[in-house]
Design a protein around this ligand. Structure first.
Ligand SMILES: Cc1cc2nc3c(=O)[nH]c(=O)nc-3n(C[C@H](O)[C@H](O)[C@H](O)COP(=O)(O)O)c2cc1C
Length: 217
């Protein structure tokens, strides 16, 4: 059943991917889904580099692997404080993260979403807090691509740790200096079951009624 709600509620992070190639027509549909995404002022300030060559994939893996293992140290420290059941889940996620870091170069495709900040009307840029709005003109496309990937039976996961060494990524993929990298999404057919049930907070927790803090329902 390819019902949109079914796709959304089973779009989980799939970090173990087979190296089998992805047919061009499947990739075209995933990219078309990204292109349908809304962006501020319909400017479509993003582009996606569809990385398939061994040299480029290896360069991304060489950036991602140390970034992941650095991040994972803090992850383990936080995980050790959790109740046993959650800690066990955390350890499974850690193992999946390690797998991705060790095998990223084997994914048949890595999507690198980039954007030109000059093409964005960033309405919160001058506020006295971290600006968040600009990303909204890119992550809509990322999510569309991931939903399409899930619909096509492909595994995928949104990753961002490559940003810790963004200059190296830009140099490897010839991304212009003034562009930003927002998401790296490895794509491939899953090693195991792939997508499946997800665990998320309830709408009672996430949604408020009329004003902030008044529970929905
Ligand atoms: C903005 C963002 C950044 C993320 N960065 C990474 C990353 O660098 N590496 C990684 O393995 N997963 C990354 N993820 C995936 C999340 O860890 C994952 O979506 C979350 O834990 C929920 O997992 P689930 O869908 O399997 O339940 C990122 C997700 C988002 C939305």
């Amino acid at each position: 059943m390819n019902d949109i709600y079914e796709m959304m509620s089973t779009l989980r992070a799939v970090r173990r991917l087979r190296s089998d190639p992805i047919p061009d027509d499947v990739l075209d549909r995933v990219l078309q889904a990204a292109a349908w995404a809304p962006t501020g002022g319909n400017m479509q300030p993003w582009r996606v580099v569809v990385v398939r060559s061994d040299a480029q994939k290896q360069a991304l893996a060489d950036v991602y692997r140390p970034a992941w293992y650095r991040y994972a140290k803090g992850y383990d420290a936080r995980n050790d404080q959790l109740p046993p059941e959650e800690a066990a889940k955390g350890r499974r996620n850690r193992a999946a993260g390690d797998y991705l870091a060790d095998h990223l170069h084997e994914a048949p495709v890595i999507l690198m979403f980039v954007a030109d900040p000059k093409m964005m009307a960033i309405t919160d840029a001058k506020l006295d807090r971290i600006s968040m709005v600009g990303g909204g003109s890119v992550y809509t496309a990322v999510q569309n691509a991931m939903l399409a990937a899930r619909t096509e039976g492909l595994g995928c996961v949104l990753t961002t740790l490559h940003c810790l060494a963004e200059d190296e990524v830009k140099s490897a993929l010839q991304i212009p200096e003034d562009w930003a990298t927002l998401a790296m999404v490895p794509l491939g057919y899953p090693v195991g079951k792939g997508h499946g049930p997800i665990s998320r907070k309830s709408t009672e927790t996430l949604a408020y009624d009329d004003v902030f803090g008044v529970a929905w329902n």
